[in-house]
Ligand binder design. Structure first.
Ligand SMILES: CC(C)(COP(=O)(O)OP(=O)(O)OC[C@H]1O[C@@H](n2cnc3c(N)ncnc32)[C@H](O)[C@@H]1OP(=O)(O)O)[C@@H](O)C(=O)NCCC(=O)NCCS
Length: 185
């Protein structure tokens, strides 16, 4: 099964000198650009995303992201033709998925993570997913505030890690809306 996700334009952030980030599905040709992106990420960002000091993406996660299936929807964000972020929504149960986002350090705090999260939520809603799970380091409690824009959030912390779940509510005025990715054939 293939994944069809229309390109999504994220409004330019005030600090994004190169203009808007464009969000689109990951594709096999993104393998090297994504490896290059990971190489530009700080140790801290890699640790926050993968909870380990990785030099490359874990497998089979990376191959699954590049393949793009209904069960693993992966999005990249590009700024001026350079891939700067990777986001994933992996279905783990009939109505639940694990989500994760990595934005390279130089492109953080420019609204790209918000745009990717909104796109993942749009996909989740259109796919009938009701719960999105995210694993965060305990130092990243601020992400819970961002997740709450999309529904009720529960989080339990253990050994320095939050296991958070968002129970998707109806779209609200506070939550950014980005065109819902279409998954299908
Ligand atoms: C978490 C991450 C994806 C956020 O992406 P981003 O593009 O930097 O986030 P945005 O610019 O869209 O900011 C979203 C909100 O979070 C806030 N924010 C961003 N980084 C923050 C930080 N380090 N501390 C506190 N707040 C922060 C922003 O101010 C913004 O708040 P607002 O919506 O009220 O204005 C990015 O920091 C990242 O990739 N980190 C490393 C990997 C990781 O931790 N992933 C999450 C777990 S899977």
């Amino acid at each position: 099964m293939s994944t069809r996700v229309p390109s999504i334009a994220v409004p330019p952030a005030a600090s994004a000198a190169d203009g808007a980030a464009a969000i689109r599905p990951a594709r096999p040709a993104d393998r090297q650009p994504l490896l290059d992106m990971l190489a530009r990420c700080s140790t801290q960002s890699r640790l926050q995303r993968f909870h380990g000091f990785l030099r490359s993406y874990p497998e089979p996660y990376f191959t699954g992201a590049l393949a793009g299936t209904a069960e693993h929807v992966a999005l990249v964000a590009e700024v001026a033709g350079t891939v700067v972020a990777l986001a994933s929504c992996i279905t783990v149960a009939p109505s639940a998925a694990d989500i994760a986002v990595l934005v390279e350090d130089a492109s953080q705090r420019q609204g790209i993570g918000t745009g990717l999260l909104a796109a993942l939520v749009g996909h989740a809603r259109s796919a009938g997913l009701a719960t999105l799970n995210a694993t965060l380091l305990a130092e990243q409690g601020w992400i819970l505030r961002v997740l709450r824009r999309y529904g009720r959030v529960t989080a339990r912390v253990s050994l320095g890690v939050y296991e958070a779940s968002v129970f998707l509510g109806p779209p609200t005025a506070r939550a950014p809306v980005v065109g819902a990715p279409m998954v299908g054939d």
